[in-house]
Ligand binder design. Structure first.
Ligand code: PLP
Length: 453
């Protein structure tokens, strides 16, 4: 069983009732939760899977399109979509077919498959950068990009925004102390011995003066950033922020690395493509190959030259970049199918239309109920935010967020067959999300509004 999140007294009775409702409806998930305790730490194959507000882990029988069937045979409409990994739906048919086809023809061989050249051309067409490399996860890709950036610039520092998350990347697991503005190690990170705050600077998002001050010493190899913060509550860039930030990076010789792993929701090619930004490096993971483990990073021709020179200038041996299974033929087959069939205008059009319907429906209800909440949307991704306005930086989220209400909302919706992310009440619409499923979510939200004290 999961630990019970701490609830304020006004939400405690509702949360207790929802926990009981979950227990009554999920006897098989409960039994599997208890059984898995014997051989899995915390009873789950990855400890994060326990970080859901439900009293037991929801075990999945199958997931297809936007429907997830749990061990108890209940069908949940999935707006969490694996926190973006399944943004194009679970097992998109073209990707599933490509995987099945390739599975019988070799899974891994440390050599490129015959599809590789085509994949490179399609990546360049879709994302607008000419040169590419593959990794297996976005965490890996970000880690490798930082290594390349330090190698080519010969600068030690990296710069990130307060509230960032770029995966299990030590350099980025740092915080900004709100009292002093200093960069400090993130206290939740386990087993830290190196002081990453020594080589990483953190500045508030949307703060050009702070960004300029951090770049000014001329020792920053790369600014690694999501185009909008998506992991600390959805925080969009202020108008003009990126044009100015990009110019500052250029002026100070710092590489601009945009991590589009979540902002791929903006439209085909991600936020940078949609808004005409010109990063030096682009990273995309999670959904890029339709949900099969894969991440890609692309870079300009000028940077490719510098990367070549850095590699050629180094002694023979380990570069510290890449892993054995990266770019295996199975991954390339899935990526190829995803580039051909998922990263398209046709796939995005219904996602964007449904997300807009959902945004408008939620906003209308919030207004009618007179609640001091808002909804922020980034293409196919949106967030119900229990605060009066869209946050401008991470500190707004710290000051205004209501994690207990988020947890309550998540469980309430889950018990009504609607799956949101287990944090931040985030929702994604996939190409297969229907107007009926949007209406289902809105109906559950009506019920929540009527029930909340
Ligand atoms: C923006 C961003 N980058 C990178 C990652 C890391 O992805 P992965 O866990 O697949 O390595 C995440 C994960 O949530 C993310 O949100």
């Amino acid at each position: 069983m999961s630990d019970t999140p701490v609830m304020p007294p006004r939400l405690a009775p509702l949360f207790a009732a929802e926990r009981q409702r979950f227990i009554d409806a999920h006897p098989r998930s409960l039994a599997l939760s208890q059984r898995a305790q014997a051989h899995f730490l915390f009873g789950v194959p990855l400890h994060w899977m326990r970080d859901w507000p439900s009293p037991a882990t929801l075990f999945v029988r199958q997931a297809q399109g936007v429907t997830l069937e749990c061990a108890d045979g209940l069908r949940h409409t999935d707006f969490c979509l694996g926190d973006t990994g399944a943004m194009f739906g679970h097992s998109p048919p073209p990707v599933a077919e490509a995987i099945a086809h390739q599975a019988a023809r070799g899974l891994t061989c440390m050599l490129p498959s015959t599809e590789a050249a085509d994949v490179g051309e399609r990546l360049a067409q879709r994302f607008g950068l000419p040169c590419w490399q593959l990794a297996l996860t976005a965490s890996d890709a970000n880690r490798f990009v930082l290594r390349w950036a330090r190698a080519v610039t010969r600068r030690p520092q990296v710069l990130v925004f307060d509230g960032c998350y770029h995966g299990a990347v030590d350099d980025t697991l740092v915080d900004r102390d709100p009292a002093t503005g200093q960069t400090v190690p993130r206290p939740s990170v386990l087993g830290q011995v190196h002081n990453h705050a020594a080589h990483t600077r953190v500045v508030p998002f949307n703060d050009l003066a702070a960004l300029e001050a951090a770049l000014a010493p001329g020792d920053v190899a790369a600014l690694l950033a999501e185009p909008a913060l998506t992991n600390f509550g959805l925080v969009p860039p202020a108008p003009g922020f990126w044009a100015a930030a990009q110019a500052l990076c250029q002026r100070h010789g710092t590489l601009l690395v945009l991590d589009e792993t979540h902002t791929l929701s903006c439209g085909p090619g991600g936020h940078a493509r949609q808004h005409g930004l010109r990063p030096d490096v682009l990273v995309v993971g999670k959904a890029v190959a339709g949900g099969l483990p894969c991440a890609v990073y692309g870079f300009t021709g000028a940077l490719a030259e510098r990367m070549r020179a850095a590699k050629d200038g180094a002694p023979e041996g380990h570069s510290g970049i890449g892993t054995t299974l990266s770019a295996n033929p199975l991954t390339l087959a899935a990526l190829h199918a995803a580039l051909n069939h998922l990263h398209t205008e046709a796939a995005y059009a219904p996602m964007l239309a449904r997300a807009e319907q959902l945004e408008q429906g939620l906003l209308r209800r919030i207004q009618a109920a007179g609640r001091p909440w808002t909804v922020t949307r980034l293409g196919a991704r949106l967030e119900l935010q229990f605060m009066p306005h869209t946050p401008r930086h991470a500190q707004d989220v710290r000051d205004l967020g209501q994690p207990a209400l988020e947890a309550c909302t998540h469980l309430f919706m889950l018990n009504r067959g609607v799956l949101l992310t287990p944090f931040h009440s985030m929702m994604l619409c996939a190409p297969a999300t229907t107007a009926g499923q949007v209406a289902q979510l809105l109906q559950a939200f009506d019920e929540l509004l009527a029930t909340l004290p």
